[in-house]
Write a new protein. Structure first.
Length: 92
């Protein structure tokens, strides 16, 4: 039976909660957006997005090395039933 290597991904919200001292809410927003220190970040697994297939290769352990295969369309109902969840998944 043929083997395929699949790469799947999902979007994971990452957030931080930090206090900024500023004259206005707009200035505080600007400080937060311009703050590149994410050392205290937290992942929000409860709000993660749908699962997507982002690549398929024919052969075992062949990601980015083997022959690529077109990603087939799979119904959302099938994916949800297989995952045992009410969340839908997308296959591009």
């Amino acid at each position: 039976m043929p083997e395929f290597t699949l790469e799947t991904t999902y979007r994971l919200p990452v957030f931080r909660q930090r206090t900024y001292e500023a004259e206005t809410p707009e200035a505080a927003c600007r400080l937060a957006i311009e703050d590149y220190d994410w050392s205290d970040q937290k992942e929000d697994y409860e709000s993660s997005g749908e699962t997507f297939v982002t690549g398929i290769w024919q052969a075992a352990d062949a990601a980015y090395r083997g022959s690529t295969v077109s990603v087939p369309r799979i119904s959302r109902r099938y994916c949800s039933a297989k995952r045992g969840t009410s969340k839908s998944c997308s296959v591009c």
